[in-house]
Design a protein. Structure first.
Length: 719
């Protein structure tokens, strides 16, 4: 303490800009540090912690500093130790690690022993399934993983069983399930991940002496990524901090980067900071150290459309840099080709592969980019996910296809003969393997023979016979019709799609989307044999080890990362912003999607490409697309348009058109052709139709044969 105090010029104050310095030096009171993307928030938070100690406001053990990840906590501890020397504090950590310390010390209050165990998801499901049997819950109609997800959401929202009033799900039995689950965990002396904060909340709310003890102990509270807190975390922080009027709490966050509403985060926590803490100060960090001017102006223009925000405007000293490049493609395949060829150009000019990223809204989009990068021999990695052809569901589907193509493929037979479960267990498979070795015949061959004997149980024999008959049918469809129809039929009749539909875990919908994308991928090949040969080459190439790789990821996975060149793909209404998000959450969903756009754009340091496709093959169905409404919020002066067609914005009342690598702004003529309700029109793909409604450049048409579709008027011709 004394050595720190005698330093003349603290290292942590060097090179800070005025706003950063203000956030670091003024350590007393409630303060919200609104830190935009790339503004040095981690440095500010750790510097503030060092400053508190330097000013002898508190000892290290009197400061609690909360992060969201162990990595962030470790980085913060290392930085503070670098500034101050030895830092003997155990109160820098994640919400869960700090609450776990509190819970172990006070476990007896919630009827737990101090050596309680924190169980993982597998154990949680085992406990829950036992309860479901006792309470007579239909596991097929209400899968355990889905119920567990609901229980976790209750805990994120700080709801105990007594507070749950769920009438629609599980026949109104959710409260009973939740209560029984909690009682069983208590009997086993166990807690799950959600309990760690929830039980500490109960202790602090019910035991005033313990609450006062912690409130007195912690003179200063520092919080990172405040915009990502859920309700339980928010309540915990308020309880610890509201001991008197002089609250010393500093929260660092960015309301414009709150993109995790789907997993419990509540942007409202950061928006109500001034109401929660009287006489609080808001300090805006707007000096961005990552990106060039055009990138930041574009991000600012998009996020400014949100109503639920505190407001800030990112600036830079790096100059304007290169303009945003908007690329319009005919379809998704052309988008992947164009994007990867541009990546190849960046690599040839010396940009490291590790400084290039492709960001997508949905996981299924990565497949076309992966294949094109492989064709161009450009190493890549999928961050936050698994490479398309390495996904479990894709490998399973390919095993089915291999067995349709070749009966003697024993490895494929072993992988899928009981996947999904159909009553062909290990004992049956073992008998088949023994016979196969004795007779020198394939597993499929001996299976065809054994079903004619009495060596298997009736159930196993019937199940085996049923799947063999189906394989025979799929081969017939493959030969007489085509491989696409055969694959679609196989996915349905095998029960594999139904298997993932019924599982309803967090990843199940993504798996189903990936399977549909697999069918789309097969359309490029003449038959199953050609496709399987392609897969063999792809997976062999995947094994090349190279640290210099292009990154592919969703925009959600990109938060906290940065790259010289970023390609934002699939900016089409319905895909991005996501139609599902808007349907489920309305305006709140749209605003979170807009924040996601802001995050995506601000990942780029020098070069930002945005692309959209007029047509896209999504899960085997062609979609005619309208460009993302977010593009309408980008000023034309920030854009280098890479498209020979006019790019029309009804909101801003102008057209963007490329002319000699610049963008010409053409005011819309009131006399431009506009479609009217009831007017007959023609579309090259969908044929003749009648205009049902008009909304600026968006027109809804009832086509004579293709049904009702919404599209841009530029795709239509007057009939």
């Amino acid at each position: 303490m004394q050595d720190i105090a005698t330093k003349n010029t603290p290292d942590w104050l060097k090179d800070l800009n005025e706003q950063q310095k203000k956030a670091v030096v003024n350590v007393d009171g409630a303060c919200l540090i609104l830190a935009g993307a790339g503004t040095g928030k981690t440095r500010v938070l750790t510097s503030r912690l060092a400053q508190i100690i330097y000013q002898q406001k508190a000892n290290p053990f009197e400061i609690i500093c909360v992060t969201f990840t162990n990595k962030a906590a470790k980085e913060m501890r290392e930085r503070v130790e670098l500034y101050t020397g030895n830092f003997p504090s155990s109160w820098i950590g994640t919400f869960h690690s700090i609450c776990l310390k509190m819970l172990r010390k006070n476990s007896n209050i919630v009827n737990l022993k101090s050596d309680f165990i924190v169980i993982d998801e597998d154990d949680q499901l085992r406990v829950l399934k036992e309860i479901m049997v006792v309470l007579d819950i239909d596991k097929d109609r209400f899968p355990a993983k889905q119920i567990l997800k609901k229980i976790q959401s209750y805990k994120d929202d700080a709801l105990t069983p007594d507070m749950v009033n769920e009438k629609k799900y599980c026949g109104g039995k959710m409260q009973a399930i939740y209560r029984s689950y909690q009682n069983r965990l208590q009997q086993l002396n166990c807690v799950d991940f959600g309990d760690i904060i929830l039980l500490v909340l109960q202790i602090l709310k019910n035991e005033s002496d313990i609450l006062k003890e912690y409130q007195s102990r912690f003179k200063y509270i520092l919080v990172d990524e405040y915009q990502d807190t859920n309700i339980a975390q928010y309540q915990w922080l308020k309880l610890l901090s509201l001991k008197n009027e002089n609250v010393n709490i500093a929260c660092v966050g960015d309301d414009d980067q709150s993109i995790y509403g789907w997993r419990g985060a509540r942007v409202g926590n950061i928006l109500r900071f001034e109401k929660d803490f009287k006489d609080s100060t808001i300090i805006r960090l707007e000096q961005n150290y990552r990106s060039t001017g055009y990138i930041l102006k574009t991000a600012n223009g998009i996020i400014a459309q949100n109503q639920s925000r505190l407001g800030k405007n990112l600036i830079t000293t790096k100059g304007d840099g290169e303009k945003i490049k908007i690329n319009n493609y005919y379809d998704g395949k052309e988008e992947a080709t164009g994007t990867c060829l541009k990546i190849e150009q960046y690599l040839e000019k010396g940009t490291p592969a590790s400084e290039i990223a492709i960001l997508v809204r949905a996981g299924f989009q990565t497949r076309s980019f992966e294949e094109k990068l492989i064709n161009l021999n450009i190493p890549y990695r999928v961050i936050g996910g698994t490479r398309f052809y390495e996904r479990e569901e894709i490998r399973d589907a390919i095993a089915y296809l291999r067995l349709i193509h070749q009966k003697t493929d024993d490895l494929a037979f072993e992988r899928i003969i009981n996947k999904p479960a159909r009553g062909i267990g290990k004992a049956t498979l073992q008998k088949l393997q023994i016979l196969s070795r004795k007779q020198g015949e394939s597993l499929y061959g001996v299976a065809e023979k054994i079903i004619k004997t009495d060596e298997l149980s009736t159930k196993a024999k019937n199940s085996l016979n049923d799947i063999l008959v189906k394989f025979s049918d799929w081969r017939y469809i493959n030969e007489k019709e085509n491989h696409i129809t055969a694959t679609k039929t196989m996915l349905e009749q095998s029960g594999y799609i139904e298997h993932w539909n019924n599982s309803k875990d967090v990843k199940s919908q993504g798996r189903i989307e990936a399977l549909k994308e697999l069918v789309s991928a097969m359309e490029e090949f003449e038959n199953i044999a050609g496709f399987l040969e392609h897969i063999a080459l792809v997976t062999a190439t995947d094994k090349i080890d190279n640290n210099e790789m292009v990154s592919i990821m969703t925009m959600h996975a990109s938060k906290g990362l940065e790259f010289d060149a970023v390609f934002l793909a699939g900016w089409e209404d319905g895909l991005f912003p996501s139609e599902k998000s808007m349907d489920e959450s309305g305006i709140d969903g749209l605003e979170e999607e807009r924040r996601l756009a802001y995050v995506g754009i601000t990942r780029s340091k020098k070069y930002c490409h945005i692309s959209w496709a007029k047509n896209r093959l999504v899960h085997g169905n062609w979609q005619n697309n309208i460009y993302s409404r977010f593009l309408e919020n980008i000023s034309p002066e920030y854009i280098d348009l890479h498209d020979n067609n006019a790019f029309t914005s009804s909101r801003l009342d102008y057209k963007w058109q490329k002319t000699d690598n610049n963008v010409e702004v053409i005011k819309k003529d009131d006399s431009d052709d506009e479609f009217k309700v009831g007017q007959r029109c023609f579309h090259q793909k969908f044929g003749m139709g009648t205009v049902a409604s008009c909304d600026g450049q968006y027109v809804t048409v009832a086509f004579d044969k293709a049904g009702t579709k919404k599209m841009m008027s530029t795709f239509l011709e007057s009939a």
